[in-house]
Structure formats: C-alpha cells, structure tokens
Write a protein that binds this ligand. Structure first.
Ligand SMILES: COc1nc(N)nc2c1ncn2[C@H]1C[C@H](O)[C@@H](COP(=O)(O)OP(=O)(O)OP(=O)(O)O)O1
Length: 202
C-alpha cells in the first residue's frame, strides 16, 4: 500500500478588472469567472498521472509525516515554501485497485505560503480559478471531492478502480464519500475512525 499526499494552495485571485487572472503561464488559457480564489494546480510531467492536472504531492518518505511530505513535495515540485503545521487536513482518500487498497492519500489545503511557483522536472504549476479547474484533464474521481475541498469542506472517500495496474490506466467504477468529517485529532499520522460512510449516489 502506498501512502501519498496532495497539497492544494489557495490564493486570492489577482485580476486586472477584465476578469482575467493577472499572473498566468503564457501558455495557459484564461476565462472570465466569478471566482475570486485561485488554486495552484500542476500539470504532471512524469510518473503516475503524467499529463494530467493535480495538486502538488507525492509519496511519503520513510519517517515522514503526511504534512511534512505535503510541504516537501510542494517545495520540490513547484518551489513554494510551506510550514507543515499551517497545512489544514482536508481529506483522506483511499484508492482501491481490483478491491485491494492501492493508495491512501492525505489531502491538505492552505493559504499560507512563501515564494512564487516555478516549474520543475516533475511539474508545471498553474494558478487556476477554482471555478475553472479542468476536471476533464484530471483523475476521474477528482470532480467528486475536489470542489468541496476547495470550498473548505472535509471529506473521507473510497474510490474503486478495476483493470490495472497501473492505476492511471484502470477504470473508475465506484465510490463512497462522507463529507464534514472531523480530522481535528490528525497531527499528520493519526487515524480518524469517526463517522459512517455514505453509499455512492445517496
Ligand atoms: C486515483 O486518483 C487519484 N486522484 C488524484 N487526484 N491524485 C492521485 C490519485 N492517485 C494518486 N494520486 C496522487 C498521489 C500523489 O500525489 C501522486 C502520485 O505521486 P507520485 O507517484 O508521482 O509520487 P512521487 O513521490 O512524487 O514520485 P517520484 O517517485 O517520481 O518522486 O498522485
């Protein structure tokens, strides 16, 4: 089983009054939006999910807590400095492949960071209005949980894939979600066992 993280960095949109974001990569498209918040997405350049958009993140290293991993991966992939303790625990996602747990992913969000995003071998960063997140170029499960996480909610989810490996070539077949989960006891490596899950579609 892989333990991994995702880190969603949010900022107030920088607009010039035209509805276009002020600081975007020259290759990115901008569009009018009512949103006043941007999220930092990456276009993944290698490994699992290559070519898709995601948040910065990656696998835990030995001895590392999830929030330490999320801060390290964000620094390595896009150059932003984040203190691990400012990260807000927003979700725990369990990805199953052929009914075996493949990855447990800890999801964090923050508005506190230092520096400007820069590209790396692993990632091309792009500030994106939260209303314009390109869900059609992301993991199929993301549209189910990421809007709520970007809106400030917390989530526990199970996502079932079939037909891999690799996971990013498997079919997404089912999910269960629970919103408003309390992760208050989480300091990075605790286990939250509260609540019951809600069947998909309910
Ligand atoms: C199955 O659905 C998924 N959805 C989303 N949004 N993100 C996912 C999903 N499955 C895995 N992920 C995330 C978890 C990690 O953040 C990355 C994969 O990380 P990677 O394997 O590239 O890990 P690194 O440590 O960065 O890789 P290196 O070994 O190359 O350093 O995807």
């Amino acid at each position: 089983m892989i333990e991994a993280t995702l880190c969603f960095v949010l900022r107030e949109s920088e607009t010039d009054g035209t509805g276009e974001a002020g600081e975007t990569d020259e290759t990115s498209e901008t569009s009018e939006t009512d949103s006043d918040t941007d999220v930092l997405l990456i276009e993944k350049r290698r490994g699992l999910g290559e070519g898709w958009y995601n948040g910065p993140g990656g696998k835990l290293e030995p001895g590392e807590t999830p929030r330490e991993c999320a801060a390290r991966e964000t620094r390595e992939e896009v150059g932003l400095e984040i203190a691990p303790d400012v990260l807000e625990y927003a979700g725990e996602l369990t990805f199953l492949l052929d009914e075996e747990v493949h990855t447990v992913c800890h999801v964090f969000r923050t508005t506190e960071f230092a520096g400007e995003p820069r590209p790396s071998d692993e990632a091309r960063p792009e500030w994106t209005p939260v209303d314009d997140v390109p869900y059609d170029q992301m993991w199929e499960d993301d549209r189910l949980w990421l809007p709520g996480v970007l809106a400030g909610d917390t989530v526990a989810g199970e996502f079932h894939f079939a037909g891999g490996p690799p996971l990013d070539e498997a079919a997404f077949v089912d999910h269960e979600l629970e919103w408003g989960v309390s992760f208050e006891s989480r300091d990075g490596d605790g286990t939250d066992t509260s609540g019951e899950t809600e069947a998909a579609g309910e």
